[in-house]
Design a protein. Structure first.
Ligand SMILES: [Zn+2]
Ligand SMILES: [Zn+2]
Length: 125
């Protein structure tokens, strides 16, 4: 099933995209209510401007699958999909290699955290 997303608050169907590292938010262009946050892969985001016409207003198609629904923003003017980019936590564009390094660093930090937890649980001698 293919439907167009509308704002829960005012029924508007035009949204702005707020880019975040690893997700993006859809904000109603009419009333400013946040319609939802969409999770992406780590350090991936969606640009808030159309790649072709740099328009910042999008319609959102909802594809309802068996288990989950997916949202696809498309430019209100030219129907192009927005661009997905690799970004760091400051939302600066990065290349694939830097992205891999950031993910690796996160894993190392997680591991260090886990080791520390284990150490804390060991009896003190
Ligand atoms: Zn609204
Ligand atoms: Zn466009």
């Amino acid at each position: 099933m293919n439907i167009t997303k509308s704002c829960m608050s005012c029924g508007g169907v035009v949204f702005n995209i707020i880019s975040k590292a690893g997700s993006y938010e859809l904000v109603c262009a009419d009333c400013g209510v946040m319609a939802g946050e969409v999770g992406l892969d780590k350090y991936v985001t969606v640009m808030g401007n159309c790649s072709k016409c740099s328009n910042s207003k999008f319609k959102v198609r909802i594809n309802k699958g068996e288990e989950e629904e997916s949202w696809t923003p498309e430019c209100l003017e030219c129907r192009a999909e927005p661009v997905y980019k690799y970004v760091n936590n400051e939302l600066e564009e990065i290349d694939e290699k830097s992205r891999e390094n950031l993910i690796l660093k996160d894993r190392l930090a997680e591991m260090a955290e886990r080791i520390k937890e284990l150490e804390d649980r060991l009896p003190k001698v």
